[in-house]
Design a protein around this ligand. Sequence first.
Ligand code: MN
Length: 232
Amino acid sequence: MVTFVIAPPEPASVAISGSPDRFPVRRIFCVGRNYAAHAREMGKDPDREPPFFFGKPADSVVDSGTTIPYPPLTNDLHHEIELVVAIGRGGSNIAIKDALDHVWGYGVGIDLTRRDLQEAAKKLGRPWDWGKGFDQSAPCGPLVRAPEVGHPAKGRVWLAVNGETRQQGDLADLIWSIPEVIAICSEAMELKAGDLIYTGTPAGVGAVEPGDRISGGVEGVGEIAITIAAAR
Ligand code: MN
């Protein structure tokens, strides 16, 4: 039996819809621009260049309903609503045709982004971690099991701030489909059970302020709501 010299952390985890059980989170992968209209609003040509990924720490995941303090070092905290894929069975070099067999379920996530730090990093050729992977930067609503809801290939994706719609899209408009994202990610990493993949955001990203309530959803999957509080 292993003896740890400090208390090991509790595993990060996500709620499961209709169950007291939780899904343990191993890693969080996020797809960059994956909707053409969002690629354009970020100043990029939405050609089908290969998708790219970045990561967030597993313990940046928080449940729907969380009140998140406005994070440090930013004046431009942005919301990005995303379909989240929860991997239930790992693998390397997964074929596109087999990819959905590796999915445990789906959820609705928000890729919170310190946009000013991300933009500065881009200009300087530096990593995105400080812009993307900060504490509580990966809210995720309750997961639904794929055998119960199927594998969504279309459906409205939306986000509202204080009840006003800011982001609108449809899963049918993903540049890279869910099976393609899983297959391509598994070429670079051996995917493992517990990995989450945030699949990219539709157009309409924007800033939020302390006191804002952010809500969103993906048709056929579920919803999420968080509140931004004053800085800690
Ligand atoms: Mn994103």
